[in-house]
Design a protein around this ligand. Structure first.
Ligand SMILES: [Fe+2]
Length: 225
């Protein structure tokens, strides 16, 4: 298997005090790394060993035989996006292109955060909260368990883990406090701005490419893993 072991984009204690070192260590080592190890075990002998992580998630999503493999692969991919949705001393109103798009779509940044918090609170059980690019605008969606927008062809602008392991050590059962801390002290809007810039580059190069004999365009989602 060529899929590399997950790596954190910052040190375990760098998100403190907004997210404790214990939470990050437990989450990364005891959850994402375990998913990676199980994925690595399950992929052996399937004929899928040479796929990229994105290809593996897509190839196994609808396969009952590979359902466990799909869940572990999707969780590895989802967490990669989650870590990159935060930064040390992050948080605050969205800026740049994503800020503009959020204001266009939701009316104001405050209305966007209100809807995001409401969606997080309304979700029952484990899952993920996402900001994705859908139909030319940002959209808030929620997926259950290991569900991922990767298989729906949508570009991820932001990922927020709603599993209890993401916040229980710091906030116990107060998911709303976790989401508020994420927005106020952790979120990194550069993930979204980078994804939108990449989408623009892909659209531009597709528009300039000759129609006959042209190679297929790069999939912008592949830039997000
Ligand atoms: Fe998680």
């Amino acid at each position: 298997m060529n899929i590399e072991s997950p790596a954190m984009p910052y040190d375990f204690s760098d998100l403190e005090p907004a997210m404790s070192r214990d939470t990050v260590v437990f989450h990364f080592l005891r959850h994402q790394r375990v998913c990676y190890d199980r994925m690595r075990t399950l992929v052996r002998g399937t004929g899928l060993e040479e796929l990229t992580l994105e290809e593996l998630v897509r190839a196994t999503e609808r396969s009952p035989v590979h359902h466990a493999l799909y869940r572990y692969a999707a969780e590895v991919w989802n967490h990669n996006l989650f870590w990159r949705s935060m930064r040390p001393r992050g948080g605050g109103a969205a800026h740049g292109r994503v800020g503009e798009e959020l204001r266009n779509r939701f009316g104001s940044y405050e209305r966007f955060t209100h809807k995001l918090k409401a969606a997080a609170s309304a979700h029952f059980g484990s899952g993920w909260l996402w900001l994705v690019w859908r139909g030319g605008a940002p959209e808030i969606i929620v997926t259950h368990n290991a569900g991922t927008p990767l298989v729906r062809g949508e570009t991820v602008l932001l990922a927020l883990d709603l599993w209890e392991h993401a916040y229980y050590l710091d906030h116990q059962n107060r998911r709303a406090a976790y989401v508020a801390t994420f927005l106020d002290e952790l979120v990194d809007w550069e993930l979204a701005n980078g994804a939108l810039a990449e989408l623009g580059r892909v659209s531009e190069s597709a528009a300039q490419r000759p129609r006959t004999g042209a190679p297929a365009g790069a999939d912008p989602r592949l830039e997000l893993s």
